[in-house]
Write a protein that binds this ligand. Structure first.
Ligand code: FAD
Length: 480
């Protein structure tokens, strides 16, 4: 069967890879406490597609073989709807916080493979790589962006030449040296897709920075320099950090230390036009935005439900200002849901694949970072001092403190234990370092929204707008 269970997945990623964190080298992410919670979440995600009640929603059968549904080259609107359900099930499993659950990259690669002809002599490499990932149900990360060294100059003009580039081409493949930021999930990925972003100048010096390839996350010379974990290893009790402990998907800078990429894994190199038109030619954006908007819905629903539960527990839900904030969360959910309906209603076939209309998704993408910040703010506002006036859950196991905490941490509608659990969840969702990283993720995970907004404006046809306004004034003047 080409779908993996959680056990299959864990057996695969237990293979040593080169992860650097906190001044240490970690090879086994399953045992290290900074990574083990996220690894378990990944395993849980893979298990979901094997569950008897979900298997037909999460997977599809082709030529007698079963594959994950996010790999499918969908051709009808019904299939697009079915894929939506699949995305939602995986997203709900992490309350929308695992931004790079494998479906994100699966649809990315699926769209690349559907547009394989665009890759010219490397078309078969793209097709074969897609089949390899699909058939083995692998998990992928990707890394697009050059390190933040000097944003005022094109990469080839930087005084400090640190970005990943081709330093050699030989009969075996291309050799890459240098770094790429950021790679979310790299600690849990089987494969890294190294793909273009931004504009590469069309000159000889820039050609070495123009490439796309796939490489094993544990290939020789691939070094993952991870940010410090948001897992609280000194926590008194696991219930103190119910999100950080399970949903840190990790981020790393990837350093390619003279990495040989075999020719069969090269998808383009030295072709600036292909790199600059990568997203336009492949229509990847429509599919990754489909996944991420459905994930954003799962997240918005979770924050709404959390806020409802907090305000119900302390009877603040009767106050009109609190009700207004609850309505604001409901509105966010409804806006996101409507955007998905619109994008699917206007879906059409691109490169042979049924593709949602990316325009409503692009609009939400610009609004969502602020919407999400506000969701966190509402949790902080309604939770108020209660978010810090809760003990560690470990106090319930302390003979000395147990009686006090059982008594003094109750709320109107809950005993001390349930209130402590609930408010620790709210703390983790809105204040903790996990929450801060989530807020940063939503702003930047698919590029800089400031430049995305400018691209949206600059790419629009403004002539009809100018004409309409001048026509209106002319008409008014005639009759004034
Ligand atoms: C949590 C997180 C996870 C991520 N995961 C991934 C991942 O898995 N894979 C991946 O490839 N990438 C990932 N990214 C990286 C993401 O793609 C980049 O952060 C994003 O493209 C913005 O680039 P930057 O961070 O280099 O910011 P910069 O480009 O350095 O921008 C920094 C600031 O300067 C401004 N600025 C910079 N240049 C310009 C300019 N030319 N014009 C106007 N303003 C400018 C920006 O508006 C911004 O305010 C992730 C990022 C985060 C924060």
């Amino acid at each position: 069967m080409a779908i993996r269970t959680g056990k299959d997945y864990l057996q695969a990623i237990v293979e040593p890879r080169d992860i650097r964190i906190d001044g240490e080298k970690v090879t086994n992410v399953i045992e290290d406490p900074r990574f083990s919670g996220g690894a378990k979440t990944m395993a849980m995600i893979f298990d979901l597609q094997n569950r008897e009640d979900l298997i037909d929603k999460m997977t599809y059968v082709e030529d007698g073989e079963r594959y994950g549904l996010s790999h499918k080259m969908i051709s009808t609107k019904d299939e697009l709807e079915a894929r939506k359900q699949m995305f939602k099930i995986w997203s709900d499993a992490s309350c929308g916080t695992f931004g790079r659950s494998p479906d994100y990259m699966n649809v990315y690669l699926m769209a690349m493979a559907a547009a394989a002809d665009q890759f010219g002599e490397y078309a078969d490499n793209v097709r074969n790589y897609y089949k390899f990932v699909r058939d083995n149900d692998l998990s992928m990360t990707h890394t697009l962006v050059n390190p933040q060294v000097d944003r005022s100059k094109p990469v080839e003009q930087q005084d400090k030449d640190l970005a990943a580039k081709i330093i050699e081409t030989n009969d075996q493949g291309i050799v890459i040296k240098g770094a790429r930021m950021v790679s979310t999930l790299s600690a849990y990925a089987d494969e890294i897709l190294v793909v273009p972003s931004g504009i590469i100048q069309n000159n000889q010096e820039a050609f070495p920075y123009a490439f796309a390839f796939g490489i094993q996350a544990d290939a020789p010379g691939v070094i993952h320099v991870s940010r410090p974990s948001v897992v609280h290893r000194e926590a008194g009790h696991a219930m103190d950090y119910p999100m950080s402990g399970r949903f840190d998907e990790t981020d790393a800078m990837i350093i390619f230390d003279n990495v040989l990429v075999p020719w069969e894994r090269v998808f383009t190199h030295g072709d600036v036009t292909m790199c600059n038109e990568f997203y336009k030619r492949t229509n990847i954006g429509a599919h990754i935005l489909d996944q991420s908007t459905i994930r954003s819905l799962a997240k918005a629903e979770f924050y709404r439900d959390l806020a409802f539960t907090i305000t119900n527990s302390t009877n603040t839900d009767g106050f009109i200002n609190v009700q207004n904030m609850m309505a604001e969360l409901m509105t966010s959910v409804e806006i996101i849901r409507s955007v998905i309906v619109a994008a699917h209603a206007e879906a059409k076939t691109v490169n042979g694949i049924m593709s949602p209309n990316a325009a409503p998704y692009a609009a939400l993408r610009l609004r969502y970072p602020d919407m999400y910040q506000r969701m966190c703010e509402i949790i902080r506002t309604v939770g108020a001092g209660g978010l810090v006036a809760v003990p560690s859950y470990a106090e319930f196991e302390s003979d000395e403190t147990k009686d006090f905490v059982e008594k003094y941490f109750q709320s109107a509608n809950g005993d001390s234990r349930s209130r402590t659990k609930l408010f620790r969840l709210a703390y983790d969702a809105s204040i903790s370092s996990f929450s801060g990283r989530q807020q940063l993720y939503e702003r930047y995970y698919s590029g800089d929204p400031v430049r995305a907004a400018a691209i949206m404006y600059n790419g629009s046809n403004k002539e009809p707008s100018y004409k309409r306004i001048w026509d209106f004034l002319e008409e008014y003047e005639k009759n004034a």
